[in-house]
Design a protein around this ligand. Structure first.
Ligand SMILES: NC(=O)c1ccc[n+]([C@@H]2O[C@H](COP(=O)([O-])OP(=O)(O)OC[C@H]3O[C@@H](n4cnc5c(N)ncnc54)[C@H](OP(=O)(O)O)[C@@H]3O)[C@@H](O)[C@H]2O)c1
Length: 136
């Protein structure tokens, strides 16, 4: 699976079920990367309207284990990312980092990044970069 996520300073990802920022650069990257793909999302995450994607909302905890989802994009939130990390399903991570602080109640599980190698960093704009990791 490939994780696609976005964090702010302090590794925050969300508040009250939503993402507490609007970042045009990251949204453009997200839309391009997920276009035409199967995306898996946890049931606590509220998504904006997205066309041309096969969106699978993970309601039951064993859905993520299905073989046909092994190449899918896992777009969060924190709980489903943690489960995928623990089960060894994650091969790649596109982690957008916004160089600003937002108040959050949910966080990216950075403790699992030690199993990954940082391959490159791409600057999207003055305050937004993508960190791309591959499993070691
Ligand atoms: N910044 C970003 O890139 C980004 C991306 C996505 C989400 N978010 C934010 O993250 C927050 C939501 O994250 P979250 O961690 O609370 O929830 P989540 O990961 O979206 O959903 C977790 C729920 O999904 C169910 N689930 C189904 N399969 C699961 C599995 N294999 N492992 C774990 N849970 C599974 C569980 O329901 P049961 O407990 O009933 O079993 C669990 O409570 C929101 O604020 C959202 O906006 C941010």
């Amino acid at each position: 699976m490939i994780i696609i996520g976005c964090i702010c300073q302090g590794n925050g990802i969300g508040k009250d079920g939503k993402i507490p920022w609007k970042n045009k650069s990251d949204m453009a990257f997200f839309r391009k990367k997920t276009d035409g793909c199967t995306v898996l999302v946890g049931k606590n995450t509220i998504l904006p309207p997205l066309k041309n994607r096969n969106i699978v909302v993970l309601e039951s905890r064993d859905t993520i284990d299905k073989l046909e989802y092994r190449d899918a994009l896992l777009i969060g939130g924190s709980k489903v990312w943690i489960d995928a990390f623990i089960k060894g399903y994650v091969n790649e991570i596109y982690l957008t980092v916004i160089d600003e602080y937002y108040e959050c109640d949910t966080f990216f599980p950075v403790q699992y990044l030690h199993n990954f190698n940082l391959e490159y960093i791409e600057k999207l704009d003055e305050k937004t970069r993508i960190f791309y990791y591959k499993k070691i």
